[in-house]
Each structure stands twice: as structure tokens, then as C-alpha cells.
Design a protein. Sequence first.
Length: 109
Amino acid sequence: MGDHSSPEQLKKDIRVYLTIFGALLVGTVLTVAMYYVHLASVPLTITIALIIATVKAGLVAGYFMHLISEKKTIYATLATTAFFFVALMALTLWSMNDFPFFTQVFGNK
């Protein structure tokens, strides 16, 4: 582990942050430029704008929120979310035709 307060490390960190800031600035300019560029298809324009926004969000979350170094925690959270999503969808499908006693179901004759 290196010294996080050494002048060399601080210069490296500042360089990384300035590079990310520059990339975010370019992304913002591209997003604004997408308003003025009239492509043949509106869905294509929206797709390009969303790709730019996703890249910008990834840069902000990864570097400014320091999530790029938290891979194990992020994967654990993602796996837990996926597990509960699948479990809730399975419960929904399982109970789809399960009606309480004395309930009249319309449409099924």
C-alpha cells in the first residue's frame, strides 16, 4: 500500500480527476449537440443520448463516488438484488391463479 498523501500520489489523483472532468465536459457537449443534430430517427437520437448519459453516470459513480474500487461489494449487492427479483417474480407467477375461497373470478367460465 502506498502513501495516499504523498505529493506523487496527489498529482496522480488530480490528473485522474481532471481527466474524468474533461470526459464529463465532452459528454455534456455531445449531449447538447444531440439536440441540434437531426437524425432520421428519433429513437436513434434518444438511444445515442442515453448511451452518452450512461457513460457519464458511470464515470461519476466510478470515480467521484469511488465505486470503481468496490467491486466485491457492488457484485454482492447486484447478486442480492437479482436473487430477490427472481424470487418475487417466481412468487408472482406461483400465485397467479391462486384465488381466495369464495372469490368469484370473471372471465373464466
